[in-house]
Design a protein around this ligand. Structure first.
Ligand code: UFG
Length: 333
């Protein structure tokens, strides 16, 4: 199969490209390198640097290449930034998807797997969160992802493009070989920050709040290994190719761990002390997010094999200790 991966130079997208190539698919990547990295581009993938909102650029790729299916990761994804600059998020995420769907309609490409988020649910009334829980985003990022899902819903009705939307919980870890991994600027995610502290790139980690209604007072999240997460995308592609109906699936581990538990795991795995200080709550953080991923298991046949916090932390540590400075920085970035 020939798959177009939008955002294939980013953290999650690059892991998808590596697995697609592992299983013998041919891959075309589109990435504007705003947050992606040239070094994360698989050497056997065909890479087009550019912005998907540029319809003539995108059309030229669909004209040149034979494309059977699309996986769409290209988006801005920082919750805090989305609250300060929501229009940037609507422009890049929502308008970008609108252009993509338009070009897919023009070229009769009928399959898309889409990167969505737990942030579509907002603050849950109960956990675990199933796909039937009403969506109620509490930040602009989550609202854009929900709007992108709606764009796909209506485009399917009018033009028959089938989609699977995968709502990720906390994605972490790296490819076992440490060839690719997580490298964001600025970094806001818990595990990279913990490991940067282990590497002494930071003096300490600040725990955002110790007064939540959880056993140790810190927030609980559901961490999923990026390689298991990507495996669900490959299953979703096959599901759609085999005539499956458009649908939405959660991807998580169905288990929750607190910030303090994550820091404890990192201390055990790295053997470093990792100083931690308690700070105030971060605005907009729900206290507990845990997925029910039963639907993905039942319908897609998904079987996560690497998702334990030990394995996630070990693979993330391999990447961070092999590449403490991350990818080479592009000029101007
Ligand atoms: N945390 C800290 N200190 C830090 C960084 C994070 O205590 O320096 C805490 C956060 O408060 C949170 C937990 O660690 O309780 C995880 O935080 P992350 O920023 O790693 O992840 P989030 O749960 O905030 O966000 C994730 C995804 C988002 C997505 C969101 C859905 O990264 O893209 O889940 O709610 F929108």
């Amino acid at each position: 199969m020939s798959v177009l991966v939008l955002g294939g130079a980013g953290y999650i997208g690059s892991h998808a490209v590596y697995q697609l190539i592992d299983q013998g698919d041919s891959v075309i990547i589109v990435d504007n390198l705003e947050t992606g990295h040239r070094e994360a581009v698989h050497p056997e993938a065909l890479f087009y640097e550019g912005d998907m909102r540029d319809i003539n650029f995108l059309r030229s790729i669909f004209e040149k290449e034979s494309i059977d299916a699309v996986i769409h990761f290209a988006a801005n994804s920082l919750v805090g930034e989305s609250m300060e600059n929501p229009l940037k998020y609507f422009d890049n995420n929502v308008y970008g998807t609108q252009v993509l769907l338009k070009v897919m309609v023009e070229h009769d490409v009928k399959i898309i797997v889409f990167s969505s988020t737990a942030a579509t649910y907002g603050e849950p009334k109960a956990v675990p969160i199933t796909e039937t829980v009403p969506t109620n985003p509490t930040n602009a990022y989550g609202e854009t992802k929900l709007t992108m899902e709606k764009l796909m819903k209506w485009t399917e009705l009018a033009h028959g493009i089938k989609y699977v939307s995968l709502r990720y919980f906390n994605v972490a870890g790296a490819r076992e070989t440490a060839e690719i991994g997580e490298d964001h600027h600025p970094e806001t995610h818990l595990i990279p920050i913990i490991l940067q502290t282990a590497l002494k790139q930071r003096s300490h980690i600040t725990i955002f709040g110790e007064d939540y209604d959880t056993p140790d007072g810190t927030c609980i999240r559901d961490y999923i290994h990026v390689e298991d997460l990507i495996n669900a995308h490959l299953l979703a592609l096959n599901y759609l190719k085999d005539g499956g109906n458009s649908d939405v699936f959660n991807l998580g581990s169905s288990q929750g761990f607190s910030v303090k538990e994550m820091i404890g795991t990192a201390r055990a795995i790295t053997g470093k002390d990792i100083p931690a200080e308690i700070g105030p709550r971060r605005a907009g953080d729900p206290s507990i997010l845990i997925a029910s991923s039963e639907k993905a298991k039942q319908v897609l046949g998904w079987k996560p094999t690497r998702t334990s916090i030990t394995k996630i932390m070990e693979d993330a540590w391999k990447w961070h200790s092999a590449r403490p400075e991350g990818y080479k920085k592009e000029v101007g970035k």
